[in-house]
Design a binder for this molecule. Structure first.
Ligand SMILES: C[S@@+](CC[C@H](N)C(=O)[O-])C[C@H]1O[C@@H](n2cnc3c(N)ncnc32)[C@H](O)[C@@H]1O
Length: 234
């Protein structure tokens, strides 16, 4: 059985308790497919006040996280898992996407480092394998981005999501968004489910799904749609 372990380094390890104790991720941990450990960065400081940040060289606003506690925390985790793939969450990193999620889902051990304040000392990037951003916006810390990465990656590990066929049909599994989904009632306040979906004609349904996915992609993700056209897939 394939298993995956995540080690998360953060000054707010308590933030992960509830999100990882619900739903499929909780079940996956109970089944031993996914293991998640959090590490309090403050336990790795040598400073008697457990400080993990300091003022920036060259001036500027806010505080910057020191390299030393992060280095010590990474070393402690890597002592038992020397092959673990390490990631710093950072708005300046490579964009995390579904392709990256699939790539990471094939790893056995992943370490995630969460920044806070104005960010982390640039030299931390030498200590990790890569820096990942979850999108072009800035959050207060790397904890929510770490949750995003853990959930997106873990659900691709066999056995975490019950119906693995659903993974193959999802948005971004191919080059376009997923087709629109409907369930009961067939009519709600004048909004009717497309007739073809209740026709029982599977060929027609498949053709409708493809066309609807294409239209949705063109509307919401013109960048993906243009790529589709230029690749000649449509
Ligand atoms: C307030 S942010 C620092 C922003 C930094 N001053 C900048 O302009 O790039 C603090 C921490 O939150 C995390 N973070 C914020 N937005 C993120 C994003 N979009 N993706 C990944 N991590 C993010 C990072 O760990 C970052 O070090």
């Amino acid at each position: 059985m394939k298993t995956i372990r995540f080690d998360i380094i953060s000054i707010f390890p308590g933030m992960f308790d509830s999100p990882f104790r619900e739903s499929l991720l909780s079940k996956a941990q109970d089944n031993g497919i996914v293991e998640i450990r959090t590490h309090d960065l403050r336990e790795y400081t040598l400073d008697k006040h457990n400080r993990v940040d300091d003022t920036p060289y060259g001036g500027g606003v806010g505080m910057v996280m020191n390299i030393e506690p992060i280095d010590r925390a990474l070393e402690a985790v890597k002592k038992d898992r020397p092959k673990a793939h390490s990631i710093l969450l950072s708005p300046g990193g490579y964009r995390f996407d579904q392709k990256k999620a699939w790539e990471l889902s094939r790893k056995d051990e992943i370490v995630l480092v969460c920044g806070r304040y104005e960010g982390v000392d640039e030299r931390v990037s030498d200590l990790v394998d890569e820096e990942l951003s979850i999108g072009d916006y800035v959050l207060n810390g790397g904890e929510v981005p770490a949750m995003v990465v853990v959930e997106a990656v873990a659900r691709l590990v066999p056995g975490v999501v019950g119906d693995e066929q659903s993974l193959a049909e999802e948005s971004f599994s191919g080059e376009m968004l997923e087709y629109p989904q409907y369930t009961r009632p067939r009519e709600y306040k004048g909004r009717v489910v497309p007739e073809v979906l209740v026709s029982g004609d599977h060929k027609k349904i498949e053709a409708w799904k493809r066309q609807a996915a294409l239209e949705k992609t063109a509307k919401y993700r013109p960048d993906l749609y243009r790529k589709l056209k230029s690749d000649g897939s449509e």
